[in-house]
Design a protein around this ligand. Sequence first.
Ligand code: IPE
Ligand code: IPE
Ligand code: MG
Length: 238
Amino acid sequence: MMNNLKIPQHTAIIMDGNGRWATARNLPRSAGHKAGAERISDLLKSAKKFNIPFVTVYAFSTENWKRPQPEVDALMTLLDNFLTSYTGKLMQENVRLFVIGRLEQLSNKLQKKIAEAIEKTSKNTGLTFTIALNYGGRSEIADSAKKIAIDIQSGKISPADIDEKLFSTYLYQPELPDVDLLIRTSGELRISNFLLWQISYAEIFVTPTLWPDFDENTLLQAITAFNSRDRRLGGLNK
Ligand code: IPE
Ligand code: IPE
Ligand code: MG
């Protein structure tokens, strides 16, 4: 059955529910984040098995700074450790890493690690794995508009050149295609400022599964749901 499935080219995931997973076990929220981060290795394995070329995960939003400082610190430490311990695995699995977001607001140490991991994996030809970190969809669009304004001011482009295609080239990572399948775990029915430009025509799959419980079977459910959708893209059924 799996062989007949249409595979979404770009799958994006709002990894939500770490806090609730931990609370249900009488654990601190940080334990939920840790358990969540540990799911990434399986996610990459499953994505490879299903031949999904682009997987993007929402790890930290521009709004997540509102959380208590100890939780923010725990998340940043986790991301730092993730980059340290996973870069070898990404090389082994031929995974190319992208990171999108306002990275300049992260610590210098983290920025440096991110740049190194991106550089190290840049020639890998397998799956492209993107981490959205200090990412906001509105920030991305505003930052793109700013870069376009600078290029107009310097005479590189003119206002008449601006169309959807050109605008896309000013996003954080122009190589990312539009999202075909957007997954949100933990049952919340909202976008929370994720990839606003790129999800324009994404199919949405919401699962009650909390992120630390996400596995290959949940991913298969999402792909199966994607296959049952009639993607008219504004047109009519053939
Ligand atoms: C998602 O889990 C991870 C991040 C936002 C970093 P949450 O921490 O939002 O978990 P819940 O929603 O409180 O259960
Ligand atoms: C979205 O989850 C952000 C990430 C998963 C990184 P949140 O838990 O922050 O979103 P809200 O607050 O429920 O909208
Ligand atoms: Mg949440």
